[in-house]
Ligand binder design. Structure first.
Ligand code: DQA
Length: 157
């Protein structure tokens, strides 16, 4: 794990349109606003923030996170419901994964009720708009600190 905790915040397709795309569902904050919220919530951790509309690019960042990150916060957007390849990439990680959604997919259309990401996520935050990201980053931070404390205890034993 890197010395300064590094949290990768990865965003899937159409999230570049945040603020203008279905704002009644996803809110009026832009992705830049969301990034600022994540950076504020991160305390001493570094945020690496990315968005892509391309499945392969998201997979490349997940693979990069294997060696570069202490935790991943992921809003897979539509790919959460469809991408086995993204799930396979996430399975290669041994760091905490926090799945994050602006809306509450469980309260929406049936096809949104399940995500592949949930199969490997440590936990899921959804339904709080941009605030979901702040909660997800805080959860990631807590998981990172717990892991560091456990590692320190077992190295003393
Ligand atoms: C979303 C929910 C997904 O079902 C949808 O495809 C998105 C955004 C959310 O943040 O609420 O694009 O992940």
């Amino acid at each position: 794990m890197p010395e300064t905790p590094v949290i990768y915040v990865l965003n899937g397709p159409n999230l570049n349109l945040l603020g203008v795309r279905e704002p009644e569902i996803y809110g009026y904050e832009t992705l830049a606003d969301v990034q600022a919220l994540c950076e504020q919530a991160a305390e001493d951790a570094k945020i690496v923030f990315h968005q892509s509309n391309h499945e392969g690019q998201l997979i490349d960042w997940v693979q990069e996170a294997r060696t570069q990150a202490s935790a991943v916060v992921l809003n897979p957007a539509g790919y959460g419901h469809t991408s086995v390849a993204l799930l396979d990439a996430l399975k290669s990680l041994s760091i905490p994964i926090v799945e994050c959604h602006l809306s509450n997919p469980a309260a929406r259309e049936r096809f949104r009720h399940k995500t592949y990401v949930s199969l490997v996520a440590t936990g899921v935050v959804s339904g709080f708009g941009a605030h979901s990201y702040e909660l997800a980053v805080k959860a990631a931070l807590k998981l990172i600190r717990e892991r560091a404390a456990t590692a320190a205890r077992s190295s003393k034993a």
